[in-house]
Design a protein around this ligand. Structure first.
Ligand code: TYD
Length: 136
C-alpha cells in the first residue's frame, strides 16, 4: 500500500543537502511538485485516492501524520524526517493530519494535476477498489 524511501543526506561543515532524482531515488518520472504549509491546527487534508497518480511525500520541516487505507486495512505513518519519503501508489485513500505550525510537506507527483483521476468520496473509493480496479 506504501513504501518508505530513504534518501541520502550529504552533510559537510556548511550544513546538509538531500538530492532526489527521478527513477533513481523515486520510482517514477517527476512531472509535478507541490508543497503544503501554514496548515491550520486540527485540519485534515487529502481525503481522497488517485486512480493513476503516484506520489512521494516528504516532510521537510515539522511533522504530520498520514493515514493510509487500501479499502481493507488502515495504517498511520508519522512523517518528521527529511531523509524519508513516503511513496503512495494509486488507489490508496489518504488523509494528512496533526500538522505542526511549521510543517512543510513536499510532494513529488508522477503526473500533472488532473481532477478527473481523483476519487474524493469514500464510499465510491471502496466500491472502486472492491471491484478489482486496483493492484496493491
Ligand atoms: P486539494 O486537492 O483540496 O488538496 P488536498 O491534498 O488537501 O486534498 O487541493 C486544493 C486546491 O488546489 C484544489 O482547488 C485543487 C488545487 N490543486 C492544484 O491546482 N494543483 C495541484 O497540484 C494540487 C495538488 C491541487
Amino acid at each position: 500500500m506504501y513504501k518508505i524511501l530513504s534518501f541520502t543526506s550529504i552533510a559537510d561543515n556548511r550544513g546538509a543537502l538531500i538530492p532526489i532524482e527521478q527513477l533513481k531515488d523515486v520510482p517514477f518520472d517527476i512531472k509535478r511538485i507541490y508543497y503544503m504549509f501554514d496548515t491550520k491546527l486540527d485540519v485534515v487534508r487529502g481525503k481522497h485516492s488517485h486512480k493513476y497518480l503516484e506520489q512521494v511525500l516528504i516532510c521537510v520541516n515539522g511533522s504530520c501524520k498520514i493515514m493510509l487505507d487500501d479499502g481493507y486495512k488502515k495504517e498511520i505513518i508519522k512523517l518528521y524526517d527529511k531523509n524519508i519519503g513516503l511513496y503512495i501508489g494509486p488507489n490508496v485513500w489518504h488523509e494528512m493530519f496533526e500538522f505542526t505550525k511549521d510543517t512543510v510537506l513536499l510532494v513529488l507527483a508522477s503526473d500533472y494535476y488532473n481532477e478527473a483521476e481523483y476519487i474524493r468520496n469514500y464510499e465510491k473509493f471502496l466500491k472502486y477498489v472492491k471491484n478489482n480496479k486496483t493492484v496493491f
